[in-house]
Design a protein around this ligand. Structure first.
Ligand code: NAD
Length: 419
């Protein structure tokens, strides 16, 4: 997949298109076509059986124009530099679209975490943190969870950084456990933001959530929480899937029960059962006849091989980069409404921003305050993107990029090119 579609190339094409629609000269945004900094590290780990394994790790900082770099860390066997570069750039646009004072970064290690023991995972995380230490810090670059990394991994990063500094530095990462400075609402934030975005979109389209069918690809933090919150709003979750398989139930799956099952079953839905439930193919999940398709797994899932079979009327991009450029164009022309990743999944980084601010202030906010402020920021960004979409008659993705790029370019102009 990665040979066929380069996520970074995908990002550049969307960027160039938005720049052209904004009337920017190439010189106005050329510095944003390449990341500011790309670090590749070798991460040696003495494995449980005594042999030493060397993993490749990355940290890419795309832009620090609007503030410290911000972005998650991914552990996945297919993670590579091109993917991490794209993810870092998407973070720049995401923070700009919701107007929080961050730049964009991302990190990752090429590894299969399902094959590592907890001790191996801990050692790998700590050594990786030590290797990227010179370029991270609360005022420089603040990591967070992404695919296959969670609050425990963030706690190990926080501890490693703090040990090497000699004092506790909670603001070095977000998505931490509450007990060491994590924020209320952070775990649910990305799914909550996606649900709020979908609700807002339906309002614009003059529709109601009640009975609208949804298929969800990826049943981790984003997919699982998003599905649960959508169900609470009246959406009917008829299909869900993960790396191991997919299931379908025409009158709606009991999402909280499925989440509980996956939590106990090594994060997998395999073997989950309800009356009336059918096991379907992973590919079939994406082509179900539903109102909303919610991809919440990885990049490039909706592509030239399946785009003509997609039947959903709305694609709500929970994952980063789930739609390739060719599929994006094809589906837009078909009239499918695609809500772009940089808007849909921004809830996570918004509450990460709240977590970082709470850490810097050494003051904790309550959950209602956090959720209210999340909703306020998400709604404002949605309205701004929608206004550009209407006024300029461009797809929502182009509108979101125009908003984001416009903000970053203006910030760059004020700062100028050093020296
Ligand atoms: P996660 O590790 O919690 O869950 C990932 C899910 O995707 C798992 O259920 C896994 O089984 C499934 N999956 C993996 N490969 C798959 C495949 N080939 N086919 C189908 N399912 C597959 O990760 P997450 O944090 O939920 O992240 C999911 C996506 O959302 C990623 O693109 C990530 O970059 C993006 N995202 C996450 C956050 C966040 O706060 N965690 C914020 C913004 C964007």
């Amino acid at each position: 997949m990665e040979k066929l579609y380069s996520p970074y190339q995908n990002m550049l094409e969307v960027l160039d298109d938005a720049a052209q629609k904004l009337g920017l000269a190439y010189n106005d945004y050329v510095t944003l076509r390449t990341p500011e900094r790309e670090l590749i590290v070798s991460v040696p780990v003495v494995m449980d059986d005594g042999h030493t394994e060397v993993f490749q790790g990355y940290r890419v900082q795309h832009s620090s124009t609007r503030g410290p770099c911000k972005g998650g860390i991914r552990f996945h066997h297919e993670t590579n530099l091109d993917e991490v570069k794209a993810l870092a750039a998407w973070m720049t646009w995401k923070c700009a679209v919701v107007n929080i004072p961050y730049g964009g970064a991302k990190g990752g290690i090429t590894c299969d975490p399902t094959k590592l023991s907890e001790e191996e995972l801990r050692k790998m995380t700590r050594r990786y943190t030590a290797m990227i230490l010179p370029i991270i810090g609360p005022e420089k670059d603040v990591p967070a969870p992404d695919v296959n990394t969670d609050a425990q991994v963030m706690a190990w990063i926080m501890d490693t950084f703090s040990m090497l500094k000699g004092y506790a530095v909670p603001a070095i990462v977000t998505g931490k456990p509450l007990e060491i400075g994590g924020s209320l609402g952070r775990k649910e934030a990305t799914g909550r933001g996606a649900m709020l975005t979908l609700r807002r979109l339906l309002e614009k389209l003059g529709q109601k959530p009640q009975g609208k069918t949804v298929a969800v690809q990826g049943f981790g933090n984003v997919g699982g929480t998003g599905a649960k919150l959508m169900q609470e709003q009246g959406f009917k979750i008829v299909g869900i899937g993960d790396a191991f398989g997919a299931i379908y139930k025409s009158d709606g799956i009991d999402v909280p029960a499925a989440i509980k099952y996956a939590e106990k079953n090594n994060k997998s839905l395999q073997g989950y059962h309800e009356n009336g439930l059918q096991v379907i193919g992973k590919d079939e999940l994406l082509t179900l006849d539903v109102d909303v398709l919610f991809p919440a797994a990885l990049e490039n899932q909706i592509n030239a091989t399946n785009m003509d079979k997609i039947r959903a009327k709305i694609i709500l991009e929970g994952a980063n980069g789930p739609t390739t450029r060719d599929a994006d164009k094809f589906l837009q022309e078909k009239g499918v409404v695609i809500v772009p990743d940089i808007l849909t999944n921004a809830g996570g980084v918004i509450v990460s921003y709240f977590e970082w601010v709470q850490n810097l202030e050494s003051f904790m906010w309550d959950e209602d305050y956090i959720n209210q402020h999340l909703e306020k920021i998400m709604n404002k960004a949605f309205e701004e993107v929608w206004a550009i979409h209407q006024e300029k008659q461009v797809p929502l993705r182009t509108a979101a990029y125009m908003l984001a790029l416009g903000r970053v370019v203006k910030a760059k102009k004020w700062r100028g090119v050093f020296p």
